[in-house]
Structures are given as structure tokens and as C-alpha cells.
Design a protein around this ligand. Structure first.
Ligand SMILES: Cc1ncc(COP(=O)(O)O)c(C=O)c1O
Length: 410
């Protein structure tokens, strides 16, 4: 038998339990009326259709031919990049502009941003440090970039962010490989719903500075995919960025923005990596390799996606409509989460602390939990010692029954 696949690709086999389980749930739903599908990480209305923003629809349908069909420039447009920057940093945007050099590179979703960052800011066979609960495609991005992942414990005994374990593993890994690349998905973590505090961030940055002063390159990849779905006002959810002010000069922070989550533009594949550093040389290097990888890996990004986002951010009336709709979207999640928490308390079901995002997670010791729940017509995503419940796609009226069934099998 000839070896068709390159040696480096021999290990590849996509085992996305998330996509597969979602498919199984859809099939089951066709057969049985009482199926509860809590697998899908896309925001849905109560009626079951995706939460599409009316303002996105309006802008999208008014794009001209050039704005729809032409190739997008590798760097996108000024409206897109400055709009994304201002949106992401909110009331800290001026502070970031004052203290940092920066560059914004449009990517195919947050996924493209993370995948390019993994590839460009590590040597082959090195490891990226991240918490032990994580969105599983990170593993695919890592193996595709010829690197791997190393985890630290996300929680301490009080279910707070585990700074002590982060410190220990960061220093250990930095010493081992002479580089430290950290990935944190915050706020509204997928899968746990954790939000780190501003003081957690200050301490994380102190640890990164400590490693940096060991003359070791430090890269922080900050995945903020669910920042707009934190249970806080937009301006308050940006306070964590105040901690960035303390970053040492030559550290690179790559903030990952997802148009899928912020605008429900899931299928458009649009996002961005925002490279920040106090050193111009570091940002120049970020831009040099980032531009190259966009061209070399996916050529450019969705032109309509870039234009819709650019227009919404640059036209006050669009932005106002968007803010109103975002409020509705967050309210949907808030109502579902509140009921879930209330029912969990009623049934004495322990859940991980939830402060925002599309998911609530429940710790479990039942190794057979997935099958037990499927037999009861409930579909969730099983992960290491937890099950992930997507409240993004749940119907509120199913929540009491869902909690009861989870409690029965947990
Ligand atoms: C934690 C996390 N980061 C990033 C993304 C990126 O999504 P996209 O590539 O669609 O922007 C997702 C999507 O589910 C996610 O859950």
C-alpha cells in the first residue's frame, strides 16, 4: 500500500464529538417529540430559529456588488479594523492606544486567529498552556500547527481561577522550552461559564512579566469570543483590559475577536486577531507573519462579513440598533441561565459558577453520563468530569425537565 498521506499528517482523524453529537440530536428530534438538544453553540430564539440580528440583515442586503463579491484586502478596511478595536476594548480603547502599538488582521473567524497564532508564535513540538477545561478545537489547531497543549487546573478548591497552578505550570513550561505561549478564553468561558476577575488578570500579567524577565519570549492569546454575552453591561465587561496596562514591553498579546459570536455571523467566517505590544518591533513582527499566514493559509477573509461589521461599527444609527438587539440576545441567555440556576438549586444539583456565555457546565462522576442522558432523550456534550449544557440553543420551557433528568443521572 502506497503512503498517500504525508508523514506529518498520518495522525489526523477528525473526532469532533461536538459536531457528531449535534447531528445525533437532530436525528433523534425527528423521531421523538421530547428530545432536548443542548449541544449547539449558536444563539437561538425560543422558537428555535437562530438569533440573527435585524441590523446585520439590513446592512447585508444593502451591500453593493463590490462590497459583496470582490476579494477583501488582506488587512480588511479601516472601518472594520478600527471599529473592532473600539468595540473590543470599549472604554479602555484610548488607554490601549496610548500605551500600546497595535495591528489588526482580519481572519476566518476566531478560529483562523487562534490557528494562525498557534502556528506563528511557537516552534514545532512546543506546547501552549491553557486551563484543563477548553473548547476542543484548540487541540485541532495545535496539532495542525505541529505543536501541542499543556493544561493547568482551571479552578482552586473554592471554584476560583487557580492562580497558583497557573503560576507553577507557566514557570515550569517556560523553563522547559524557553518560550511561553498562554491561551485564555475569558470572559464567559466555553465550556464552564467562568469569568476571571480584574484582579485575576492583574496576577496573570504579573506572572507573564516574571517569565518575560527570565529573558523568555511570552505570548498571551486572549480569546474573547463570548465577551458580549457576559452578564454585565458592555462597558463593564471590558474592565479586565485595564490589567493590560502592566504588561512588560516586549510581551505580545493577541486578542481574538469572533464575528460569529458578536454578530451571529457564524457561517461568514469573519473575525480578527488584534496584536498588541508596547514594542513596535514586536508588533511589526506580528503583522509581518500574520499578513503572510492569511495569504498562505486562507488568502483573505469574507468581504461581505468585513463590510457588514465595518458599517455597523462606523454608522451611529446602525450601532444603536445593534446595541438594542444585543441587549435582547443577552436577556435570552440571562433568563435561561437564571431558571437553570434556580432549578439546580431546587434539586440540589451542583453546577460550575456561571457568569455568562452560551454554556453552563455540571460536574459529574458518572462515566456513562452521556448514554444515560441520551436514553432519557437529552443531548449534551460530555467532557472531562463535566457535561456542557448549551443554554444558547435551549428552549426555556425545557429547562425544568432538563435539570431533573441531569440530576437523576449525574
Ligand atoms: C471558545 C471559542 N473560541 C473561539 C470560537 C470561534 O468561533 P469562530 O471561528 O466561528 O469565530 C468559538 C466558537 O465556538 C469558541 O467557542
Amino acid at each position: 500500500m502506497k503512503r498517500i498521506v504525508g508523514r506529518h499528517a498520518e495522525h489526523k482523524k477528525l473526532e469532533s464529538n461536538i459536531l457528531q453529537i449535534s447531528q445525533e440530536a437532530k436525528q433523534a428530534k425527528k423521531k421523538y417529540e421530547d428530545v432536548i438538544d443542548a449541544t449547539v453553540g449558536m444563539l437561538h430564539h425560543e422558537e428555535g430559529n437562530v438569533f440573527s440580528y435585524q441590523v446585520v440583515n439590513e446592512v447585508l442586503h444593502n451591500l453593493n456588488d463590490a462590497e459583496t463579491y470582490h476579494y477583501a484586502p488582506v488587512r480588511g478596511t479601516k472601518e472594520f479594523s478600527e471599529g473592532v478595536f473600539d468595540w473590543v476594548f470599549g472604554n479602555n480603547a484610548d488607554m490601549i492606544r496610548k500605551h500600546f502599538k497595535y495591528s489588526i488582521i482580519p481572519t476566518t473567524g476566531g478560529s483562523g486567529a487562534i490557528s494562525n497564532s498557534f502556528y506563528n508564535f511557537n516552534d514545532f513540538n512546543q506546547k501552549v498552556l491553557l486551563p484543563n477545561y477548553f473548547w476542543s478545537p484548540y487541540q485541532n489547531f495545535a496539532l495542525e500547527a505541529n505543536i501541542d497543549l499543556k493544561t493547568f487546573l482551571m479552578y482552586d478548591e473554592n471554584f476560583h481561577f487557580n492562580l497558583a497552578d497557573f503560576r507553577e505550570k507557566a514557570i515550569e513550561l517556560a523553563n522547559e522550552q524557553g518560550r511561553l505561549c498562554v491561551l485564555l478564553n475569558d470572559p464567559s468561558n466555553n465550556p464552564t461559564g467562568l469569568c476571571m476577575t480584574k484582579s485575576d488578570w492583574e496576577e496573570v500579567i504579573e506572572i507573564l512579566n516574571f517569565v518575560n524577565r527570565m529573558d523568555i519570549p511570552v505570548i498571551l492569546i486572549h480569546d474573547i469570543a463570548y465577551i458580549d454575552y457576559q452578564m454585565k453591561e458592555v462597558k463593564d465587561s471590558r474592565e479586565i483590559f485595564e490589567a493590560y496596562k502592566n504588561l512588560d514591553e516586549d510581551i505580545l498579546a493577541v486578542v481574538v475577536f469572533s464575528g460569529s459570536k458578536t454578530f451571529s455571523l457564524y457561517g461568514f467566517r469573519v473575525g480578527a486577531q488584534i496584536g498588541l505590544s508596547k514594542s513596535q518591533t514586536v508588533v511589526d513582527n506580528f503583522t509581518r507573519v500574520g499578513d503572510y499566514s492569511v495569504r498562505g493559509r486562507f488568502s483573505s477573509v469574507s468581504q461581505p462579513g468585513i463590510n457588514v461589521i465595518g458599517k455597523i461599527f462606523s454608522k451611529p444609527e446602525y450601532k444603536e440598533s445593534f446595541l438594542k438587539e444585543l441587549h435582547e440576545a443577552t436577556k435570552l441567555l440571562k433568563d435561561r441561565a437564571s431558571l437553570f440556576l434556580q432549578e439546580a438549586e431546587k434539586h440540589d444539583l451542583e453546577i460550575l459558577p456561571y457568569c455568562g456565555g452560551f454554556f453552563i457546565s455540571v460536574p459529574t462522576t458518572n462515566k456513562n453520563i452521556f448514554n444515560d442522558l441520551v436514553n432519557d432523550h437529552v443531548f449534551v456534550i460530555p467532557m472531562q468530569n463535566i457535561i456542557r449544557v448549551a443554554i444558547s440553543s435551549l428552549n426555556i420551557k425545557d429547562i425544568p425537565e432538563l435539570v431533573k433528568k441531569i440530576k437523576k443521572h449525574i
